[in-house]
Ligand binder design. Sequence first.
Ligand SMILES: [Zn+2]
Length: 609
Amino acid sequence: MGSRVVYRLIIIAVVLLVPHTAAGYVLGPPPAGRMLMTIDVDPLPYPYIGGTTTADFIVAAALLDWNSVGVGWRPDFNFFSYRFAPVAQSCARDGVNAVTTRYTKCGFFWGDTIAVTISSFDGNGRRVEADIIGNANLWWDYYDGPARYLFGVVLYDIYRVAAHEAGHIIGLDHEWTGSAIMAERYNDVDSIQADDVAGAHAVAFPPPPAASTLVKPSGSIATAWPTYVWYAVADSTHYYLWVDDSTTNKKIGRWYTAAEAQCPTGMGWCSATAETGATGDSRWWIQTWNPAGYGPWAGPLAFRAPAPPGHAELVSPSGTVNTVTPTYRWTAVPEATWYRLWVGDGGDPARITQWYRAADAGCGSGSCVVIPTTSLAAGPARWWIQGWNDAGYGPWSSGLSFTVVPPPPPGHATLASPSGTIVGLSPTYTWNAVPGATWYYLWVNDTMGNRIMQWYRAADAGCPDGVGTCSVTPSTALAPGPAQWWIQTWSPNGHGPWSLAMTFVATTPPPPGRATLFSPTGAIVARTPTYTWISVPGATWYYLWVNDSSGTRIAQWYPAADAGCAGNTPNCSITPPTILASGAAQWWIQAWNPSGYGPWSTALEFAIR
Ligand SMILES: [Zn+2]
């Protein structure tokens, strides 16, 4: 080759002469990451000696050939990517890795330079941008084999020049000793050689990291803020944690440096606890990264964090209800341990706001039921349910509307007795039960004015079902004379009307009558006999008098109950412990009630032998 032209790389001022082994490659600054090249050489088809193609495709082929070789310690077979697009600036550090041809070398004469690669570096001396510029003043062609000439002038093979400059981008310097595409001078080598391949594999360039493997969380967990644990990946400098949960996709999307994830050595486990919690059914992923690019995603791994309950489905009331205290029923929500019932009516938009334990609402059956005692106003009403558990509040249910049309209050009572003239001052009041009435109000006036005003439960009046008769016997005694009484009914639907008045005359009962004695009589043996007499109607106390042969031996009052004849029992009897003297004896009984003393009985004689 008579006219050899020198490549010149303007960035590499000093050639690094590393000790040669079998190969003769020389390393330059390594790339910081993969390179996307923007090719803008000549998109027009051109009949080259080797066939018809475009300069742009030839450059792309050179890049792809380096990809097939692989770049770095663990060869990256996707180091170069490219696109065909216009390039505005061929020399600027503008984030675009341009491949162009120009008539000047960034405004300077080309001299004998065929092409240059202009690079920019990061703080670690690694190449972050590279622009390849070819000398547009030269004759270019595309062919295999030895260098060719026309009229004594070199025809430069686009492929081998592009491959050479791309070799600089991947981190190779000039090859001085062997046969290589990276030889300093244009020559007969038309493809990437073994030395070039060895050099490419020696470049200090890690490929993007491999995929991690997720460890935990998985399955059901007890916290919304789990520690995420995954396997460290060699050469991964960053890890991206992505978590979807039951509320939204990408609940968490956050980068961690390997140091933050406590795995800077690239070995063992990485772990991180995100600031954001996860709720319910969740999935997570990890993506690795280093300056060469993104690694593959790992995951997802599913886990279930605690979640608030879902929303309840309301069942009833809806439509029209005929009570002011309706029963509320809804479908149980799994995991809800409490429910809040909210009811608004025309009088109060928050008439009922009440929490219920799920167990108290019977939700274990799948259906919850509560019956608040708070009465609603008549008219439109609306209700909602909200669930809760340790993980928080669930959403409110949709509202369910209903209309309260209360049934009428109970009717008036019809009185039965007392009426007319009665004996006694504490009569029993009796009236006919009223359907629906749950309470009755008794009002009694006597000669002194109002004497009794007292509410009675229907159950306490013996008429809980609203049928039959009701009766109560207040202990309050009336003044003797005329009296009047009334009953008013009540139910949850309101007060019923007062009954008509019923009048009666309370009279004092007479004193008790004379007792009739039964035994002892005649000759007896017992020294402490049992005294038996026929009970006297209305008597509440009895006075026993006994004389024996020594004189008065017993004079003692006994309540009728102690004598066993408090009610309508026919006979009374008492056995005093007093021992009687031998000989003749006689006894008497006098009855008593609050109206006075009855007459003494006639004496009954007996004798103790
Ligand atoms: Zn070079």
